[in-house]
Ligand binder design. Structure first.
Ligand code: BES
Ligand code: MN
Ligand code: ZN
Length: 512
């Protein structure tokens, strides 16, 4: 969708949007529209249950005696409670209310509001962000859709004081929305299109924005001793891949990489590291999943999709930060070459793992990806994202992602970034008692614990591969995909984690 900003002059025709706050208080523009309509806005409100509350909208069609096609009133609730998230949601609601009416563009009046701490330029940029996020649609495989079934809205103009400032603020949001759409696209793709090599090819496109991208194939991973990751992929006809993305926005240090096993484990000047689970399809392997909803497992690579999208966002906004993104890409299939329950594999760390359940594969992939990242880059901190457990959906549903961390400060910063971006995190515990559950009789550990606390034992497993590095694990199984539309996220792939981590980076780790 095309977004532009201009001075606030209410057009005399077309589609016009204006705000109303709690108790039917008209914004200046809504008041002017009411005048132009001879009191028609007030009468329409009185003839409806529209009170200007948040999430309410009211459309007036082709009001007589004017050239307007449609006037949309958007409720903003109490002006004193307006914040960026509320305005993004309003932008999403505006898009949703106008998308399918047949008109191609609309003008949104953004007035200064009493008691609101945000400037009209801030408000316009946030509303534009919400509208852009909501306008995402994955329709490349719909070949027979009629024009009437496609969204018609293609452009929004936001009218506000200081439109230049709004356009500047929008630049960053636009880059972020673009990166989120990129991630939503690759997560939405079916597994016959996106598999390890083609997902790696998507990551390679980041080179256009200044990211250094390397792809390691199975031969190289075997040399490195990544038996845990390779074991998961060994049943698939598709070759497993490990992609390393480096963004040196704060300047590449002379030696950007750890120098052997005697180097300090954590380099305070090291890069931030983001690690993603990229299981391009998870059948469960020999511990095969039931048929119902197995198609969902095409998005078991969402963690990697988010890491790739985040690196793209950082590069596109030229973030003054050093960050690396590492994603482990495999397909988990049953076949005559697949790994069996009971197999013992040796991870790159040297630790051995008894694979009790081949469906607990994400942790196996991440164990080698985390260890590799730590050994090679000595990062200042490591954050992994993974659709790791069904158990996190039992615990938190689809509202928040699970957060696990060995570092209080990092956990707090992440939770705060979650609140600021609406990508909420809820922390769960780690501890020795849980770790005991993954003791094995014949190897250093097994890949599943008992029935209870499944998300925690999965995190405990990961912790065995991060050493002393400040680390956080985000279990995004419940939030990577939405079954219904929400204000700024249409149903389908969400891109959850990009806004969150972009904010974490911006608030704490960028060079001044
Ligand atoms: N990819 C799944 C987790 C998942 C389930 C994500 C549902 C999204 C929706 C993961 O690889 C898995 O299969 N986990 C098992 C672990 C179990 C075997 C210990 C699970 O959660 O059932
Ligand atoms: Mn699985
Ligand atoms: Zn999985």
């Amino acid at each position: 969708m095309k977004v532009s900003f201009s001075a606030l002059e209410i057009p005399a025709s077309g589609v016009v949007v204006a705000a109303v706050t709690e108790d039917r208080a008209l914004s200046a523009s809504a008041g002017k529209l009411d005048e132009a309509l001879g009191g028609g806005v007030q009468r329409a409100m009185e003839a409806s249950r529209f009170h200007g509350r948040k999430e309410q909208t009211l459309a007036l069609l082709a009001p007589a005696g004017t050239a307007f096609t449609r006037i949309l009133l958007v409720g903003l609730g109490k002006p004193g409670e307006l914040d960026p998230l509320r305005l993004q949601a309003a932008g999403g609601q505006i898009y949703a209310a106008l998308a399918g009416n047949g008109q191609a563009d609309a003008f949104v009046c953004v007035d200064a509001l009493p008691d609101c701490t945000l400037s009209p330029a801030d408000m316009a940029a946030e509303m534009a962000f919400g509208a852009a996020l909501r306008s995402y649609r994955f329709d490349k495989y719909r070949t027979k859709e009629s024009e009437d079934d496609k969204p018609s809205l293609a452009a929004l103009t936001f009218g506000c004081a200081d439109a230049e400032q709004a356009a500047m603020l929008w630049q960053r949001n636009e880059a972020l929305a673009g990166a989120i759409a990129f991630t939503r696209n690759i997560v939405s793709e079916p597994a016959n299109v996106i598999y390890p090599e083609t997902l790696a090819a998507q990551a390679r496109t980041l080179a256009d924005h200044g990211v250094e991208v390397e792809v390691l194939g199975e031969e190289r991973m075997r040399e490195l001793g990544m038996g845990a990751l390779l074991g998961v992929g060994q049943g698939s006809a598709r070759e497993s891949q490990l992609v390393v993305m480096q963004w040196w926005g704060a300047g590449k240090p002379a030696s950007s990489e750890g120098v052997g096993d005697d180097a300090p484990e954590v380099d305070p000047n090291g890069p931030l590291a983001f690690v993603g689970k990229g299981v391009t399809f998870d059948t469960g392997g020999i511990s095969i999943k039931p048929a119902a909803n197995m198609e969902d497992m095409k998005w078991d690579m969402a963690g990697s999709g988010v890491v790739i999208g985040l690196m793209k966002a950082l590069a596109m906004r030229r973030a003054p930060v050093n960050a690396v993104g590492i994603v482990g890409l495999v397909e988990n299939m049953p076949s005559s070459t697949a790994q069996r329950p009971g197999d013992v594999v040796k991870s790159m760390s040297g630790q051995t793992i008894e694979v009790i359940n081949t469906d607990a594969e994400g942790r196996l992939v991440l164990s080698d990806a985390l260890w590799y990242t730590k050994q090679r880059f000595r990062p200042k901190l490591m954050i992994d994202l993974a659709t790791l457990t069904g158990a996190i959906i039992i615990a938190l549903g689809h509202e928040q992602a699970g957060l696990f961390s060995n570092d209080e400060a990092l956990a707090e910063r992440l939770a705060a970034a979650g609140k600021a971006t609406g990508e909420l995190l809820w922390r769960l515990p780690l501890g020795e008692a849980y770790d005991k559950q993954i003791k094995s009789d014949i190897a250093d550990m097994k890949n599943v614990g008992e029935r209870g606390a499944g998300s925690i034992t999965a995190a405990q497993f990961l912790q065995r591969f991060v050493g002393k590095t400040p680390w956080a694990h985000l279990d995004i199984a419940g939030v990577a995909w939405g079954k219904k539309d929400s204000a700024v996220t249409p149903k389908g792939a969400t891109g959850f984690g990009i806004r969150l981590l972009d904010r974490l980076v911006a608030d704490h780790y960028e060079q001044p």
